[in-house]
Design a protein around this ligand. Sequence first.
Ligand code: SF4
Length: 475
Amino acid sequence: MGIKRMAVAVPIYISNRCDCACTMCGMSRNNDRLVRIDGDYATIRKQLEILYYREELRWVMILSGEYRKGAYRSSHLSRVIWTVNEALMMGFERVTLNIGALDEGEIAMIRHRVIYPERLGLAIFQETYNRELYHKAFGSYSEAIPKSDYDGRLRTAEEWLKSGFGMVNLGILLGIGNFEEDVKELIRHATDLREGYSAMIQISLPRIVGDHRGCSDNELIGIIRRIRQKIPWAEIIITTREEKELITKMLPYIDIVSPGTSEVLGYREEGPIGNDPDKSQFFINEVRERPSEILSYFQQNNNIEFNYWKGGSSFKAPIEMKEQKEQCEPELIFLSTPITNAIIPETGCLSIDMTAQIKMIADKIRQKGYRLFLAIEIEQWGKVKATPEEITPRDYNNLLQSNRLVVYLTECFSEGTLVEIGWASANQIPTTIICPKNLKISPLIKGLNCIGDNRIYYVDFGNTEEIDVIFNERL
Ligand code: SF4
């Protein structure tokens, strides 16, 4: 038999708060035992790094609870978009959101703010297509319980595709409704979306953890075989909430394995991953294998190659993540320069002198072997106009990823540069400010050396050796 190609998508829960009260879920707002945790930016980034560098995965699924309309929902959506962009910039090739139903405006905002929308999918499981049973499990309709909106949930997948996205993940929760009827409706739903939007469709078939009375192992295998046969173009996902032995039996019929944990921010740099029942959506086992260990198991015992996993047969003993990161790519330097006020209205571009000075600094940084983020270069020295919605997340995310900030500070007043200095000092990113001799600088900037590894150098830009000396000292 030839090698079977499969994909891997790994879940990461960025919050275990939820405004819903689903009877079978540990994240239900009624579960007083759960320790509620909201991931901050640094912790989420660390989790992504573990999955990317240590586990060598390239498809991440971002999960959270579902929130009623209001300030928390809006700020959560911003954090989700930040996480998506962070993952995409880190190098994840696919990202899937599993954050509940979304309205048209929210979908439009995501599409506008995500840097590579063609790599983003949405998981939105109807759970059961039987309206009555749906409300029994997820509550009678109320604005205070977002998941109780059966119709809003049903509309979301199509709205997502209508807005121009190309990938959705549908699903049913086996054990909630009559699975014969639900599978029939799921196939119809997937077929309609496929035919209407040429969409890439994934199908998930989770069972209620700890209660398989509504769907036995054999029934699950039968359902998967039926879906495989009826809609062969759909990609069937199985998560490691199922035992490895059962997944092995299903391998001929499934396309994607999803190893990981439902513990909020539950990945560790070394050792087993977390599944603390007081922090997780559901509990499987106290000791859970890392995704790379599970994938190695399947690869060693079956004729399988995994897409979206760079480990595979080259899986090695754990090494320090930082070392691995260093092996992968050189450090990133963020070069901050004036843009808006520096552009000459008559030409639409920067002056020849300023362009030459910035290029000289950029060349010197690159010659030292660093990667460089230079916004004015991306914007083709003034020729390409980017929107505020593109610029701010792009520059903020790149600055947070950078190892150092270099600032080209001149008489040309630049609010953007000052904001970037603020972001860097707040995040302890070492900063080197280069400016012309006698430039008047605010005491707030002069004092940055008192709160971190920050230095100001007054130079003559005509004397490039001065820049070499500074960079030898600082980069
Ligand atoms: S199933 Fe989803 S919406 Fe329902 S309580 Fe759990 S996390 Fe919240």
